[in-house]
Every structure is written in C-alpha cells, then in structure tokens.
Design a protein around this ligand. Sequence first.
Ligand code: 13P
Length: 251
Amino acid sequence: MARRFIVAGNWKMNTNIEEGILLAEQIQHGQRNPETEVILAVPYTHLFPIKKKIKASSGIRLAAQNCHDRNAGAFTGEISPTVLNTMKIPYVIIGHSERRMYNNESNELLASKIQAALNNGLKVIFCCGESLDIRRSNEHVNFVKQQLEESLFTVDSTTMKHIVIAYEPVWAIGTGETASPQQAQEMHAAIRKMIHNKYGKRIADNISILYGGSVKGSNAKDIFCQEDVDGGLVGGASLDSSDFLKIINSL
Ligand code: 13P
C-alpha cells in the first residue's frame, strides 16, 4: 500500500452548525483532486448533522478533534471513543498542541487515548511538534522523538496502519509564520526515520506524515512537494472553502 496524500481541516471551535454544514457542502461540491483524501475535523456538535450531508462516495471523511481514554463513565463533558465508532466517525485527532497546552495532556495520557481510539476501531491523527524555545535551542528533533516514544510508540506494528502523523510546530500554528519547506522536510524525514527504526521500512514508507501550521492556498504547494510531506493539517485556512479547495488541489 503506497502512502496516501491527505488534506485535513481542523475547524477547532469555529462555525455554528449552519455555517459548518454550508462549509462542508461547499467542499463536497467543489472541484477536488480525487487522489487527495479529505478529512474534516469538525466540532463534536457538528459531527452528526454534517455526516448526514456528506455522501460516502464524496471521499470526504470526518474526524473528532479529541476523545477520552475510557469508553464510558463519570467523565462530565467528555467524548467517548466508543460512541464515535458507533456514529461511524472514522478518525480522531489525538495530541493537538492546543489540548496539550490548555488541557495539560501529557504524553502518557495521549498513549492511553491512542490505545482507546484504536481499540474502538478509530484511525488516529497523532499530532506532535515543538515550541519556539525548543526550536531555538535546536532540540526540536529530540523533543519530537520523545513525544513519539512516550505516546505513539506504545502502538504495536499491526495497528500502525491506522495512524497518521501530523507534525505541527507550535510556533507556526495560527501565527502566519510557516515552517520553511526545508524545515518541514527535515523534521518529516527525521520522523520517518524514527518510525523506520522502531517499526521497519515497510511501515515507515507507508505512513502519511502531514504538516500543520499556517498552511494556506499560497504556500501549500511548496511544502507538500517535499519528499516526506504527505499533505497537511490545516486550521484557519480550512474555514474558507475556496482556500481549502486550493490546498486540496495543490498536490
Ligand atoms: P493554522 O493552520 O491556523 O495555523 O492551525 C494549524 C493547526 O493547528 C491545525 O491543527
């Protein structure tokens, strides 16, 4: 299986339900490169109404932006991976830097969330990435390695096919400052090598590694054409259908 080219939109806590449905329909009906897998990570409240509007044949898949590491229980306000599975939501984002930062999600907790998601048949988009301080101290590769070792690398090789990695340098998220294509390629190649060392060549060659952080229609092509960049996880620009379609079509 060759690795897939994926463009995922992370809407974060944006749009009301009507706006969300409209945006999803604009993307569904837009001119899209059929080679690109499109994923929309919408707010929980929007999953069901948007799912009803998206045709299976459109190739657009939905993702939750997080889930709990238990299937059920007294966890007020949390979202169950079992329920996501019964809703036939195929993907979940785990480890986004905003959740690490605002919800104190540790690598250890993320390991447990990844297991819970996989046990419930979900595919995981696992996010990693360093802060500006760490980048400036030139420790970024070691930092990301530790993030992977302490969370993702608890996954056994048979389930790695259900994992997509998103490298999102924190300093590039929502700042308008993108990693240069060379910086993205350097880190993606380093991540692929870490996967190779842990799981072997076949899994490393087949895993999709997305770049995230201020991707726009105007810069996507330069980043996506790097050898180890297999698409993007897009925040702000995924809220504008024409910019998002441009990103989808920039392969
Ligand atoms: P921006 O594209 O808005 O920088 O956000 C990136 C991101 O966090 C996607 O998960």
